[in-house]
Design a protein around this ligand. Structure first.
Ligand SMILES: Nc1nc2c(c(=O)[nH]1)N[C@H]1C(S)=C(S)[C@@H](COP(=O)(O)OP(=O)(O)OC[C@H]3O[C@@H](n4cnc5c(=O)[nH]c(N)nc54)[C@H](O)[C@@H]3O)O[C@H]1N2
Ligand SMILES: Nc1nc2c(c(=O)[nH]1)N[C@H]1C(S)=C(S)[C@@H](COP(=O)(O)OP(=O)(O)OC[C@H]3O[C@@H](n4cnc5c(=O)[nH]c(N)nc54)[C@H](O)[C@@H]3O)O[C@H]1N2
Ligand SMILES: [Mo]
Length: 768
């Protein structure tokens, strides 16, 4: 294929146009995007990188000995086979597992971001396929906000929770109305390049600039100074990681003590305020949650906390809690305490006041809302009732038959025989990778669809090569996006890669559900079908959309009726009797009898300060494992932009110069980062933007277990994080923090093997 016209396509970090240029792509930001993200630069050299999976590959041990738990999984070599061999063997194995053990023995939770595109959405394809063959054990919730989505319905009811998670108050409303934005977790704009499905237009900086020009100030409460962009005027409150609840309680205590709370609001719109305030005042445990109490815990001076509380009460104030705060031990608490603090100020439901969640986390928070569904692939019905909270995957694999708590219920982990992953990289995203490695050795068979030889692919038995987004056509649109895009194939599939759809179609045919899965359509037919069905639905809402051919040749379609004027909880505020929340009281629950009734000591009935289970030992630093500014998660880590961020090829670890000096460490040194869970190498960057006592190692460096010296020779922080849930309530991911030691590496630096393919041999079809 030779193409010389740049073609439009899209990623979760934005739309672009591309043209083939020898072995690379020439990539330009999409002309409609006013603030394109630099992450696009990761695409050019990645598409034909040696880390691509070229052919279907089966682990040698599996091929020789068949299915079963195997301690060599993750260290073994692979044998390349032809597609028919791979699909015949896998079809037979899926049939064996469901017949011998039932469909709950198939884990299809398959968490991960995969690629943008409405049809080639890897998880939807997998779920549709597994539903066609009788179902699977699923996962619920996300790594992003696993604690929030479980605790919020108890505080704001299901509809209030959905309003928060659907993006809350719109950015333009904030830009026009907010005077003071108190941002717990800061406003890390590098995160807002990303939205699931991608955004054609990025606009958040311009909203922030408009607000700043009007006089809005941001108080950025974060361990990192640069979680607040330079263009935005504000102050940095360098907080101790994991101590926000103490600061929020002290702000609440001050509002109460100085009679600055909006009592009328608390009476009319909340339930349980008095019960909670008794705790804040110290009437429950003898400890008033005063600024003097909080200061040594959170590292912010008592006088500063007191002054901030007064400032908050005197103007239109938005309390913002980033998702990162709840991706920690007891992560439910800062969400609840943040809402309770906003309730004290009485501005919930007012334009630009109240509460917000995730403005610094994703582009689709505070963005436009389409008042109609977008095209998507029907997934069918899953008859298997078994599920796990998504971050409990190692627990499930290691403890079949054991019980776990979740949101007031008790459930049992099924016995997993087959793990099927398509579109995610748990050896990037899960906590305690050494433990995950043990867990991945327990099933009979592990299947992974991947374009690349990721850590997860290396721990599989079947690795099936998948096309990337530039190797196929699709429809592109993210939540809150302004346009529907024609994503056009730019280049031929690499090696023997096939789309997830074509792979599942081949398996479905072998399992005699071919017609049910495909409905007789090719991938190209499906794209036309999804578009045309959507067009019909839009017509029934009296919105005229061009036909497919017109849309495809135009390349973009501006979505009609976007709303950018939302105010969180406005209806409830206007009339709480006509629009009650669907909590037991109909009000915002600052005390929840239901949660209290669960009896969880790690998530009691009102927001509480729960002291950390692990306190830093001598010489230990608080590690922040936040989202990488140079890529999306682990995706395209070999790309130019991600590589430019590395230090001698290792992931950068940011340290305060004082902490470095105390350890004899200098800029550019390779260090060993370690704790009882594991260890990794990293390359040092010194910065006064990091609070003393804190180190930052973002996620996403590909797991490299090739050296005896360390668990990961590259710098994946998940060899250091602990694998336990936020609490028994939500069981969410708590991977944002770890306590670590850092020392200069004195041994010779081992080679980096993260982006190399594993040992591969080839087998001819006749031998198979
Ligand atoms: N310590 C710590 N850990 C964390 C976090 C943290 O804050 N701290 N954050 C967590 C969060 S919020 C998240 S969302 C997760 C993210 O974790 P993941 O979503 O698992 O990370 P990705 O790197 O996006 O993985 C997507 C994979 O899909 C592959 N892929 C791309 N396109 C396709 C396709 O079309 N088909 C198939 N089959 N595969 C495809 C990519 O190559 C990549 O390997 O990480 C979590 N982990
Ligand atoms: N460029 C890029 N953008 C992304 C992603 C990516 O991989 N790359 N991933 C996307 C995904 S899937 C998600 S879910 C979102 C996640 O969005 P978030 O969870 O909001 O993002 P993080 O970067 O993990 O954390 C944001 C900031 O919170 C601060 N922080 C950490 N712990 C604490 C604490 O205890 N207290 C306070 N006050 N602050 C703390 C850190 O300084 C950190 O920089 O990001 C999305 N955006
Ligand atoms: Mo996420």
């Amino acid at each position: 294929m030779t193409l010389d016209q740049p073609l439009p396509n899209s990623t979760h970090w934005g739309a672009f146009t591309a043209v083939e240029d020898g072995d690379r792509l020439r990539v330009e930001p999409h002309p409609l995007d006013p603030e394109p993200s630099p992450l696009l630069a990761n695409l050019s050299d990645s598409i034909r990188h040696p880390a691509r999976v070229a052919r279907p590959s089966i682990r040698r041990g599996w091929l020789e000995r068949g299915p079963g738990p195997d301690d060599r999984r993750g260290d073994d070599e692979f044998v390349e086979v032809d597609w028919d061999t791979a699909l015949d063997l896998l079809g037979g194995e899926l049939d064996r597992v469901r017949t011998e053990h039932g469909n709950s023995a198939i884990y299809g939770g398959s968490y991960g971001w995969a690629s943008a595109g409405r049809f080639h959405h890897a998880q939807s394809q997998l779920r549709r396929f597994l539903n066609c063959i009788g179902g699977y054990t699923r996962s619920v919730n996300t790594y992003s906000h696993g604690a929030s989505v479980v605790v919020l319905p108890h505080i704001l009811g299901g509809s209030g929770a959905r309003e928060v998670m659907a993006g809350g108050t719109s950015w333009p409303v904030i830009a026009r109305n907010t005077d003071l934005l108190v941002a717990f977790g800061g406003i890390r704009t590098t995160n807002t390049w990303v939205a699931p499905g991608g955004h054609t237009r990025h606009t958040i900086l311009s909203h922030l600039e408009e607000a700043t020009a009007r006089g809005m100030r941001v108080v950025s409460v974060s361990p990192l100074r640069d979680d607040l962009p330079e263009q935005v005027s504000g102050e940095w409150y360098p907080i101790v990681p994991g101590s926000d609840v103490a600061a929020m309680l002290a702000l609440t205590w001050t509002l109460d003590d100085e009679n600055l709370a909006d009592r009328a609001f608390l009476d009319r719109y909340t339930a349980g305020a008095e019960q909670w305030l008794r705790y804040v005042r110290g009437e429950v445990d003898g400890q008033p949650k005063s600024p003097e109490w909080a200061a040594p815990l959170c590292g912010i001076e008592a006088g500063q906390l007191r002054a901030l509380a007064r400032r908050m009460a005197s103007r239109r104030t938005l309390i913002h809690v980033s998702w990162s705060l709840q991706r920690t031990e007891y992560g439910e608490q800062p969400v609840w305490a943040g809402i309770a603090l906003a309730a004290m100020l009485g501005q919930l439901g007012l334009p630009g006041g109240g509460f917000g969640h995730g403005y610094s986390s994703m582009a689709d928070v505070g963005s436009a809302v389409t008042p109609y569904p977008l095209p998507s692939l029907p997934q069918g019905h899953n008859p298997v009732p078994d599920f796990i909270p998504v971050a409990r995957v190692s627990d499930m694999l290691l403890h079949p038959g054991e019980e776990f708590d979740y949101d007031g219920g008790r459930y049992t982990y099924p016995h997993t025989r087959l793990v099927y992953w398509s579109g995610g990289n748990p050896f990037h995203h899960h906590q305690d990778l050494r433990r995950l490695r043990r867990a991945f050795r327990t099933p009979d068979t592990v299947v992974v669809h991947e374009p690349y030889w990721t850590g997860t692919a290396r721990h599989a038995d079947f690795v099936l090569p998948v096309t990337t987004t530039v190797e196929r056509d699709d429809l592109g649109v993210g939540r809150g996006d302004s346009h529907l895009l024609a994503m056009k194939q730019v280049t031929a599939p690499v090696g023997e890669a096939r789309s997830d759809y074509d792979i599942f179609a081949g398996l479905a045919q072998r399992l005699r559900v071919g017609e049910k899965f495909t409905e007789g359509r090719s991938a190209a037919d499906w794209i036309v079908h999804l578009y045309s069905r959507w067009r019909e639905r839009m017509a029934s809402r009296r919105r005229e959309i061009p036909d497919f051919a017109t849309f495809w040749s135009a390349g973009t379609l501006e979505l009609p009726d976007l709303r950018l004027d939302r105010v969180l909880l406005a209806d409830f505020r206007a009339d709480p009797d006509a629009h009650p929340l669907d909590t037991p009281s109909g009000r915002i629950e600052l005390y929840s009898e239901r949660v209290a009734g669960f009896g969880y000591d790690d998530c009691p009935g009102y927001p509480r300060w729960l002291p950390p289970r692990d306190l830093p030992g001598t010489g230990q630093l608080h590690l922040i494992a936040n989202q990488p500014a140079a890529r999306l998660h682990s995706q395209l880590d070999m790309g130019a932009h991600s590589q430019a961020s590395k230090v001698h090829g290792r992931e950068p670890l940011r340290l305060h110069p004082d902490d470095a000096r105390a350890r004899g460490i200098q800029e550019g040194d390779i260090v060993r980062v370690f704790n009882a869970t594991g260890s990794c190498l990293a390359g040092v960057r010194l910065s006064r933007d990091v609070r003393p006592g804190v180190a930052q190692l973002s996620t996403g460096a590909w797991f490299d277990p090739s050296s005896e010296l360390v668990t990961c020779a590259h710098g994946n922080p998940n060899v250091l994080t602990t694998d336990r849930g936020t609490s028994r309530l939500a069981q969410g991911c708590a991977g944002q923090h770890a306590l670590v030691e850092v020392e200069l590496l004195t041994a010779p630096v081992p080679p980096l093997r993260a982006h190399e393919p594993p040992r591969l041999t080839s087998r001819r079809p006749s031998q198979a």
